[in-house]
Write a new protein. Structure first.
Length: 124
């Protein structure tokens, strides 16, 4: 009987190792008596888990390769382009309302003027 305990101890150690390697809880590896049975149960459990995973949600985002691919000959391909920028000489000649509109449209960033951020009211 001493040899039988050694085999069972080996199976228990292997069960722990298979569980650690696959992420399958030892309780699901159950009554397996051989290494082949342990691996078969673990494989079936991981295949079931993979099949039971919900599908990834669809996204409206374009793949990065589409956004950065510069094959159409367009000089703007591969670059992120913001709103057209106002030059300093144009800014000087603008009336205050036009300056405010250019700032809100993000057209002054090349002059070092940060983007417009509306003031958030807290209700006080």
């Amino acid at each position: 009987m001493k040899g039988h305990n050694t085999i069972m101890d080996d199976i228990d150690a292997l069960r722990d190792a298979v569980a650690a390697h696959t992420g399958v809880p030892t309780s699901l590896l159950g009554n397996a008596r051989t290494a082949e049975q342990l691996w078969d149960i673990a494989r079936a459990a991981t295949e079931w888990k993979a099949a039971a995973q919900p599908a990834r949600p669809a996204t409206a985002a374009l793949p990065a390769s589409t956004v950065s691919h510069a094959s159409s000959g367009n000089p703007l391909d591969g670059r992120i382009v913001g709103p057209p920028q106002v030059s300093h000489s144009e800014l000087v000649s603008m009336d205050p309302a036009a300056r405010m509109a250019a700032w809100k449209a993000g057209q002054l960033e090349s002059l070092g003027v940060g983007p417009y951020r509306p003031v958030k009211r807290t209700g006080h």
